[in-house]
Design a protein around this ligand. Sequence first.
Ligand code: UDP
Ligand code: MN
Length: 498
Amino acid sequence: MGYPDLCHVNQSQTSFSAHCFAGLAKPMGLVEGPGGLGQGGAAATLGEDSRESEGRYEDYGYNAQLSDRISLDRNIPDYRPKKCKQLTYSDDLPQISVVFIFVNEALSVILRSVHSVVNHTPAHLLKEIILVDDNSDSVELKFNLDHYVNKRYPGLVKIVRNSKREGLIRARIHGWNAATAPVVGFFDAHVEFNTGWAEPILTRVKEDHTRIILPAIDNIKYNTFEVQQYANAAHGYNWGLWCMYIIPPQDWLDKGDETAPIRTPAMIGCSFVVDREYFGEIGLLDPGMEVYGGENIELGMRVWQCGGSMEVLPCARVAHIERTKKPYNNDIDYYAKRNALRAAEVWMDEFKSHVYMAWNIPMNNPGVDFGDVSERVALRKKMNCKNFRWYLEHVYPEMRIYNNTITYGEVRNSKASGYCLDQGSEEDDRAILYPCHGMSSQVSVFSFFSNGPIISRDTGRCLEVEMSKDANFGLRLVVQRCSGQKWVIRNWIKHPRH
Ligand code: UDP
Ligand code: MN
């Protein structure tokens, strides 16, 4: 099956092109050109007559049906800080290859990302667009996508197809392999670019090729496609290595210049730009990471520890759909955990214990196969990178360090070894005994030494276990005169400094 070949695209016949291109989008049920629903980034809804099916949310984590009705060329509000508009840039900036990775995204959403980057990037700076299809299932994303971009943007778009599902980390690496411009930008395939996004970024990379630059992120609402401005932020993370927005560093706030780059310890990950060769030299992303998560934090740690830097540029803005669910995998947490352990093992030295603690897993025999990290360890050695303590002090001083933790684990009694100290019901807020299960309510931080009594400092009495017919499991926790019972902490994590 083919589409009516309404016109042969001739770049010099611009007056014909709008007509020709409308002919390209329409048969696929899509809309091009100015105006229409969602124009100016306003919230949109489908009319009453149209059936809004929940199923599309399930498939995509956003309202794909609505997206189909919004023009691929819609404008969005210019959310740059005012002063950005007065800045001028050199004529001699490096070109960029823009990589979009996707698996089973809505065609209209991918194409809007493409249109948006073409519409908002000076043509002489945009060398190529690379679409990496991470083995999508949908037929629409094969024939229709190819057909459309080859006709609409002849010679500009390369499509890379993964023959098996690689996950977002290796998908980006495949995109990098295909890129030929001196600078490469990596983006999720559900973004819209703002006016003047590229120039400030290319300027910062040209000045210093060891800078990884993150556009400031705005939000595209998953249900209405409204574009909302986000506050200036750096990108941090917690000890589980889940990323989050954090307040910019104090010296940035003190300076009072909203156009200045914001130092950031890591990145959200949906949008970053880097010198192509430098990215190769420092080891791209960790190809041993699977599916989703952790790579964004790992790159932050690595670039800083190995002599480069990472920053958010408020004058360069990209809006991104925060989707309601990840349609490609039901166990994102597992992969985020697994990938976090890889980052911890390679980059975090003694602080890796914090990651195990955050995920509530023992350091010995964690029960998670995070693969072989030896090549990444060798990379760190080869580049002679700084340690994690240096990084925490200089780049992420806001991170809370749990210095006083001596040991972390579950507490068992010598008389009832299958039972662990646990939290009681919320109402009476008391400790109880419960069969050991290793989940968070039973593992906690203790500052007494293993294999001894638990004695109250005030009364000299001991926390012990007593048989009792009416108690749950026939055992009751009591505070009584010490009879010699011992408690054992099954160590999950022991801090090396103690
Ligand atoms: N993606 C991919 N392969 C995968 C998983 C995700 O190519 O196995 C793509 C996905 O289509 C998206 C990007 O990776 O363009 C990031 O995923 P997502 O948007 O779900 O992450 P989020 O932005 O919600 O953290
Ligand atoms: Mn995304």
